[in-house]
Ligand binder design. Structure first.
Ligand SMILES: [Zn+2]
Length: 465
């Protein structure tokens, strides 16, 4: 679809200006004053136009457990998650749909779904997520979550536990599933990308990491993993490698300019230098880090060292929402308490750039996405500045980042295709989605999971509690 946005507010160096934007065949073809209308005319009056943001790390199926897991650190929280994981592809479909919708309603046009696979139905799970994302029309980066160690291995000393068992699926089989998914679904031009995404050093062998590196080289894929989210993982890396996890990943060649790393809470100064040198991207998930007590990632240090940083919501059971604007707000102002020098603090404009261009960079797409630039793909969001939550009028980006915007996305396009118009989805029926999510769930509370009882004493002991 070709269209022209007339008189939208666009951020320029010293403020804002009202400009027209032409989009032809999915590409931004002109930005300027008084442009001729090509295709449909969109009234941009009193609306702010920004490039779409990236929800650069999430796990869509966690939506089924949002709000229910008690306050626990990651290692114990995971026991709950594993014990009650959805095993039904229809649930996978609905949670992927819901994750995409919530991301879009908070300014995101791309999602990196570190997708939990149903055992025995791995390809079916990926097929289902692809279907959901294609229906919504979001730009999807599906990163099938793989590991080849069982949960107990994820804790320091965990392998010595009597409960420790080897993982149910051999490493080569897991890699074969990913290769099949790549061959079937990796079509960047149509908006579906497959990533190699070992869950993290804590639950993966070098054989799995190396196999992922080979696949990513062979098929030109981005790489994604969790990295040093918790203190326990820092301890485990020392135990497993005799060096830090970053040093180890660098040694085996996992880090490059298409590698994005979720969390990065417990990095040394040397680790930070390695990320800058390898041009790896840090995905900051502030709400999840607070919810699970993982710590505050030293984001200001990363930025000063020249590391690219972007934002993610993380899965909806450690957040417990998929509101990208909320993650951007908390992910920016959280760091004001970590550095007394306010000149290092993240400005609202910087936050928006991290969420858009930073996200694109993390996926090696900064030449195609992430800014309002002629020649880039039209992944665009138009915000309604007359919405009550953005009034009275002050700095539009300040209101968006520091405020509490509610239902402010008026229009959204991905690859030039209209996904939201006048605040309503044009691709999916939200009322049907609400009905399905309601009917397939119930009001409930939850006691301790069986898995938690098995590992909690060990966790307390190794963490000195
Ligand atoms: Zn995660």
């Amino acid at each position: 679809m070709n269209f022209t946005i007339k008189k939208a507010l666009i951020a320029v160096t010293n403020g804002y200006t009202s400009l027209d934007v032409q989009v032809t065949n999915g590409i931004i073809t002109a930005i300027g004053e008084n442009l001729a209308v090509i295709g449909t005319e969109i009234n941009g009056n009193n609306k702010l136009l920004l490039p779409g943001f990236f929800n650069a790390h999430t796990h869509s199926s966690e939506k089924w457990q949002r709000g229910i897991i008690p306050p626990l650190p990651l290692e114990l929280w995971l026991a709950h998650l594993y014990d009650f994981a959805p095993l039904d592809t229809e649930q996978v479909y609905l949670s992927a749909l819901g994750t995409a919708v919530e991301t879009l309603l908070s300014g995101g046009t791309s999602v990196v779904d570190h997708l939990v696979l149903i055992p025995g139905k791995e390809l079916e799970t990926i097929t289902t997520a692809v279907r959901a994302y294609q229906e919504v029309g979001i730009r999807a980066f599906i990163a099938p979550l793989i590991q080849d160690e069982s949960l107990t291995a994820g804790m320091p000393g965990g392998k010595s536990l009597p409960e420790h068992e080897s993982y149910f699926r051999p490493t080569a089989e897991t890699l074969a599933i990913i290769e099949e998914a790549v061959i079937k679904f990796h079509h960047p031009e149509s908006g579906i990308n497959i990533l190699v995404a070992p869950t993290g050093t804590q639950l993966c062998t070098d054989a799995l990491f190396t196999g992922c590196i080979e696949l990513s080289d062979r098929y030109n894929l981005c790489r994604h993993t969790h990295l040093l989210e918790t203190k326990a993982q820092e301890k485990l890396a020392a135990e497993k490698y005799g060096c830090t996890a970053v040093e180890h990943l660098n040694k085996i060649g996992f880090l490059n300019n298409k590698t994005s790393l979720a969390h990065c809470v417990w990095l040394t100064d040397t680790d930070t230098k390695i990320l800058a040198e390898t041009q790896s991207t840090v995905v900051h998930n502030p709400l999840s880090n607070l919810r699970l007590g993982s710590g505050i990632a030293p984001i200001l240090k990363y930025i000063q060292a020249g590391v690219n940083v972007t934002f993610g919501c993380d899965g909806a059971s450690s957040n417990d929402s998929q509101d990208l604007l909320e993650a951007i707000k908390i992910g920016s102002i959280l760091h004001n308490v970590t550095d007394i020098d306010y000149q290092h603090w993240i400005t609202t404009r910087q936050a928006v750039e991290m969420a858009a261009l930073g996200g694109a960079k993390g996926l090696g797409l900064d030449d195609q996405l992430g800014s309002l630039t002629v020649g880039k793909k039209a992944d665009l969001v138009l915000y309604d500045l007359t919405n009550l939550s953005l009034l009275p009028r002050t700095d539009p980006i300040g209101l968006l980042v520091l405020g509490r915007p509610v239902n402010v996305v008026d229009y959204a396009w991905i690859n030039g295709k209209q996904i939201i118009a006048n605040g309503q989805f044009t691709t999916v029926n939200i009322d049907e989605l609400r009905t399905e999510l309601f009917n397939r769930s119930q009001w409930e509370t939850r006691e301790k999971s069986p898995g938690l009882g098995q590992i909690e004493p060990h966790y307390r002991q190794v963490m000195g509690l």
